[in-house]
Design a protein around this ligand. Structure first.
Ligand code: AMP
Ligand code: ZN
Length: 135
């Protein structure tokens, strides 16, 4: 399979690894939003949140939780964003499951998401749509 993150996991492409265990690998993003920007990937290939096994997802999120604190301290950041892009139109470029750990610094100027407001009755409608999918 022609997957760059599988190649990094296999050691066929170089990376700046910061953590590794049997299920996961964490390495520096090559084009960091801020210094210390790290990607945590599952060693077993899956595309994104929609096809990852619960087992692999649990392994990845466990590492994300632990590394967030480690990275914040290591680069003296003032906070951390955890981000994940799932599918092309959500900004996913590399089709191998990965979670971004992005250090944030006071005054770094990055804005969070644009937010809007629900129209009258809209929130209740969306709530019903989501709940209907749960059954
Ligand atoms: P996404 O948009 O969530 O798919 O993010 C993919 C990320 O992978 C981007 O932030 C890229 O900078 C990063 N990236 C792509 N190729 C490499 C590589 N060879 N080593 C490290 N990071 C990479
Ligand atoms: Zn892969």
């Amino acid at each position: 399979m022609d997957c760059i993150f599988c190649k990094i996991v296999a050691g066929e492409l170089p990376s700046f690894k910061v953590y590794e265990d049997d299920e996961t690998l964490a390495f520096l993003d090559i084009r960091p939003v801020n210094t210390g920007h790290t990607l945590v990937v599952s060693k077993k290939h899956s595309t994104n949140i929609f096809d990852v096994s619960q087992e692999d997802w649990t392994a990845v999120t466990k590492v994300v939780r632990a590394l967030a604190a480690v990275i914040e301290k290591a680069v003296s950041a003032d906070g951390i964003n955890i981000n994940m892009n799932n599918r092309e139109h959500a900004g996913q470029v590399v089709d191998h499951l990965h979670v971004h750990i992005i250090p944030r610094f006071k005054g770094d100027g990055f804005k969070l998401w644009h937010q809007s407001a629900y129209k009258e009755g809209e929130a209740a409608m969306v709530q019903e749509k989501i709940k209907a999918q749960l059954v």
